[in-house]
Design a protein. Structure first.
Lengths: 87, 244
């Protein structure tokens, strides 16, 4: 089976995120004072071929923790779902 | 390996696609009497070398994260094996980032606090002299060294920081912390002291023409450690020093 994996990588809480802070500093220019706690990250999308969703999840998490994210400064949220082949 | 080891200390200066400080490193090491050779990142063996330098630049374009892709280059297995055999290994700037990504050094380098690229000469203070980089310096000695980075903000867990301090693994600190590094750490060593990474560029501070010669004491220490290790019979049988 093929599964669509989505991995969101962003800085751990407590780790500086200067890009997000810069974006947030621009918000008053838009007249937005109700938005805060901006964080920026990256989203990776890829396809995993596996016997079931559990194996696909393990594969995607392994890839995320070994390559896509550095666990010292980043967190990775991983989700997989059966690939919709009709699309 | 059947090749003969040349006279003097022979240093491998590893080159990744995107490295750009390798010639500076070769020039500086050569000026101190070493024989420095460029080694392409696809090389699987470092047999015959007494020390390894991972220079600055943007290995593999720094795509994903600085050092993240370089970690998987074939030469990294040979560097890991060399490190485990007490061969002196030095990562400068991007090389420091590569060594942390490869887990040869603790912690990580994140973007500078303040979001600025730093290109300036700063003062660093020698903290521990138990590393191959600082063994010839004196604790408290101040060195003027150039910085050239955007991601030099050294970061680790609080427990790691305590272990680094108690274990004498902090080799250099910034006098005026320019990038937000935890503990103002500019250079950190592994527990054994033979693997060291630093963000400042000692290879660019080895000639009065470049404004400072304070890098010489560091690179001289590094070369002496390599020579001492070789002379005391600790030389690695080259057949085993091939990585995997």
């Amino acid at each position: 089976m093929k599964f669509a994996a989505v991995v969101e990588v962003r800085a751990l809480d407590g780790i500086a995120d200067p890009e997000a802070a810069t974006v947030e500093r621009a918000l008053p220019l838009l007249g937005l004072d109700s938005v805060s706690e901006m964080r920026m990250g990256r989203i990776f999308r890829f396809v995993v071929e596996a016997v079931d969703a559990t194996v696909a999840q393990i594969t995607a998490e392994d890839l995320s923790h070994r390559l896509l994210a550095n666990p010292v400064i980043q967190r990775a949220d991983v989700s997989v779902s059966p690939l919709d082949v009709s699309r | 390996m059947t090749e003969t080891r040349p006279a003097g200390t022979t240093v491998a200066v590893v080159v990744f696609p995107g490295s750009n400080c390798e010639h500076d490193a070769v020039q500086a090491l050569s000026s101190l009497g070493a024989r420095a050779e460029l080694v392409w990142h696809t090389e699987r063996s470092l047999a015959g070398f007494d020390a390894v330098v991972v220079p600055g630049g943007f290995a593999h374009g720094d795509y994903l994260r600085a050092g993240a892709i370089a970690r998987f280059s074939p030469v990294m297995n040979a560097i890991s094996e060399a490190a485990s055999l007490s061969v002196p290994v030095l990562g400068i700037c991007n090389g420091f980032q590569v060594l942390t990504e490869a887990h040869l050094l603790p912690g990580a380098l994140q973007r500078n606090a303040g979001g600025r690229f730093l290109c300036e000469v700063v003062e660093c203070e020698v903290v521990s002299t138990s590393s191959v980089l600082t063994s010839g310096a004196s604790a408290g000695q101040r060195l003027r060294l150039p910085l050239n980075h955007f991601e030099g903000n050294y970061t680790c867990s609080e427990s790691t920081l305590l272990a680094l301090e108690s274990g004498g693994q902090i080799a250099l600190r910034y006098v005026a912390n320019p990038n937000g590094s935890m503990g103002a750490i500019a250079a950190v060593a592994n527990e054994a002291g033979n693997v060291v990474g630093l963000m400042p560029h000692p290879e660019r501070a080895c000639s009065i023409l470049t404004g400072s010669v304070d890098g010489q004491v560091l690179l001289t220490s590094f070369l002496r450690a390599a020579a001492d290790r070789t002379c005391t019979g600790a030389a690695v049988p080259t057949a085993t020093f091939t990585g995997s």
